[in-house]
Design a protein. Structure first.
Length: 69
């Protein structure tokens, strides 16, 4: 399955904004949230120590806890 360039780029930008050695919630509000959920599920499957299992929030946004080494 391929994902839109915009979604992947937005996830990469949000991930890069997290300081190394910290844990933060990653949210990307300006992309398709269903596609974002799929991208984050793939990242969780490949790097479970970095990306927790993603989930939808009460406000319809997708978020995931990231532990950036």
């Amino acid at each position: 399955m391929s994902f839109s360039v915009e979604t992947v780029a937005a996830v990469e930008k949000a991930y890069n904004a997290i300081p190394s050695g910290t844990s933060q919630v990653l949210r990307v509000p300006n992309v398709d949230q269903f596609e974002l959920l799929e991208v984050l599920q793939r990242l969780h499957a490949k790097m479970p120590d970095v990306f927790e299992a993603p989930d939808f929030c009460y406000d319809g946004q997708t978020d995931v806890l990231v532990h950036k080494p």
